[in-house]
Every structure is written in C-alpha cells, then in structure tokens.
Design a protein around this ligand. Sequence first.
Ligand code: SME
Length: 166
Amino acid sequence: MYSKRITYFAMTQKDIPWEQLLDETRIILQDAADREEAMQHICALLHREVPHYDWVGFYMVDPLADKELVLGPYVGEPTEHTRIRFGEGICGQAAETRKTYIVDDVNKESNYLACSPTVQSEIVVPVLKGEELIGEIDIDSDTRGAMGHKDRELLESVARDVAELF
Ligand code: SME
C-alpha cells in the first residue's frame, strides 16, 4: 500500500518542486468551474505531491456567524472540528491574529484542537483579501517539525491567489 511516511524519508524539502506546485495551483485556479472546485483540487494537489502533508483543508469564515470558521474543502481523514470559533485552537488563533502559524510539535500546545492522534505538526495560513479574513489553509503532518519556510512561502502565495476568487 502507498505510504506517505516512507516517501517522506526518501524525499527532502529540497526535492519538492515548490515552484511547479505554485504553477499548478494557478492552472487549477484558471480552469476550475467555481471556487469550491478550485479549492478542492488545490487540496488534492498539495496532499498528493507533498509527502509530509497528511491532511490539507480550508476553513472559511462563516459570514452568517459571529467570528466562526466553518470547514471547507479538504483531503484527509474526516475531522470533528467542522466549526471553530476565533481564538480556539491553532486555526482560531490564526483567524484572530490573521498571521501564519507553524507548530513544530502539537503535543506541546495548550490551545490546540486535535484532528487525529497521529498529527505531530501543523501550518495554518490565513487567506486575506486586503485586511479582511476570508478563510485559512490548514495542513497537518504526521511528522514532527515538518513545516518550514518553503511551506510558508508556497502556502502564502497560494493563499494570495485563492483570495482573488472572492
Ligand atoms: N488542529 C486545528 C484544528 C483543525 S484539524 O487539525 C483539521 C487547530 O488546532 O485549530
């Protein structure tokens, strides 16, 4: 059976085609029928191509709720956290501060919502249209300390491009 973990050890951050991934997300954004489809395909691309991405999803600001995120398109195991209030967990903190969060070891975080017991590290990148928070990209890894500056660079670029859909 295909194992992401085995691939990860064979492939370092240097081997990941970061620029090509950004190009491919731009093609998806051009070609998708609507933004739901675009975001779903971006999740699938990132999950498939980056070995240390074990859960890839979007949380979107619910315009009908008061400071609450709602789960959007994702690829990975289903999560019980389908709604997250601003301030709660890593996603909620990123929503409140509108800043990227990289957590090397989720086990050391007190304000963290566990999606799965296998998760070790996480990155959350806000999707901003000007000053307005639209949503977030949330990625979990089963490898500790998996997220670095290349992940941040790629995902902040993807987030800027996704914001154009809104
Ligand atoms: N870990 C996140 C919750 C979302 S799940 O990982 C999918 C958090 O602490 O906000």
